[in-house]
Design a binder for this molecule. Sequence first.
Ligand code: DAH
Length: 339
Amino acid sequence: MIDKINRLSSEIDNLKAAKAEEIETLRIKYLSKKGEISALMNDFRNVAAEQKREVGMKLNELKEKAQEKINRLKESLEDPQTGDSFIDLTRTAAPIALGTRHPLSIVKKEICNIFRRLGFSIAEGPEIEDDLHVFSSLNFAEDHPARDMQDTFFIARSPDILLRTHTSSVQTRVMEKQQPPIRIICPGRVYRNEAISYRAHCFFHQVEALYIDKGVSFADLKQALLFFAKEMFGADTKIRLRPSYFPFTEPSAEMDISCNICGGKGCPFCKHTGWVEILGCGMVDPNVLDNCGIDNKVYTGYALGMGIERITNLKYRVKDLRMFSENDKRFLEQFESAH
Ligand code: DAH
């Protein structure tokens, strides 16, 4: 009897099955009522009394072992990795699907890193703001159109609480609390009351930079802009500044870069001008410094602000702005994850 148990035990150790039907056949062979183990159980009656203890234990062990083996074979069919019998070493490794970073996050990080190398540090502010920080301190006239419901989302009126329309509001918050030297870069989300289309959205993202110290000049601004453009779009990139107007800077300018598609020769993207506009900038208006408690006789500064979507479009040619907020994996998966 003991010999028979040992023989069945090693047979069970070596059982193999590749299909569910084969496992079922084995189960019937060993564990069913008419199976080999049941047959041994029946013979147990005839075992001599002094051997009954030892044989009984072995028999129970054998039954458990057979049950376990059958279970393991079944599991390995469901999940080939856990079973000990069917690891297919010839199978190609399943690649782990890594998520990808959102294109706007990639570009935001790149912009911030470039300015960080120039000594700027990140500053952030609230998205729900008051009139003072978004408009009044920044020298917006009482009747400026941005203060109109048509352009700005108001949460409450008098006192006005609103969704910030630009990240220039972070400038005023930092200047209020901190005396120069100030050298900050402010990335963030902004809101405007626009009809959503392929070229406009009611929310988008900006990065603002502000540098205030003794003797900061327009030449410093120009050098920072040139450095940024070359780092962001390649060493051959040229910049040009056009006079412009913003309430919070004087003088103000808009910066174009040589079109990075045609290299400045002219193409449909740059409307055959060879240039594309990328940001607004200027010397901080002395009124703004004064409004925020900074002595405008001692200090000067420059500021600049750009839309992250615009820079992203230039880098990746996303034709429809809405793609950025639709969470379509087919779109998002096209961007690298390693940033
Ligand atoms: N805040 C401006 C906008 O939303 C962008 C801007 C222009 C920011 C000029 C600046 C600046 O700091 O100097 O259109």
